[in-house]
Design a protein around this ligand. Sequence first.
Ligand SMILES: [Cu+2]
Length: 111
Amino acid sequence: MNKLLTSLACVATMTMAIPSHAVETAKLTVNGMVCAFCAQGIEKRVSALPATQAIHVDLAGKVVAVEARPGQTLDLAKITAEITEAGYAVTKAEMVNQSVEQIRAEKKAKK
Ligand SMILES: [Cu+2]
């Protein structure tokens, strides 16, 4: 019985522990991007933000994914503002637990 309790406690600790290398990525749905220049413009603006580590723009999927530098926090409102100022409409903005690389790979797998 004691053994069982110990292993249960162990599982609980593992599940609740937050990995120190957790990725923080902002995933935004953006309307109005029609060509590679749109994507480039957004990339340039968002890359200029201090917390941006990596960015991925998926024209067809209308997705802009921004990964934070380790230990830094992304400002979702600021990213949204940058994209809006560039002339595009952000219809959805959320934080996801995926790296930009994972989002990129996911998109490839869908093709
Ligand atoms: Cu364009």
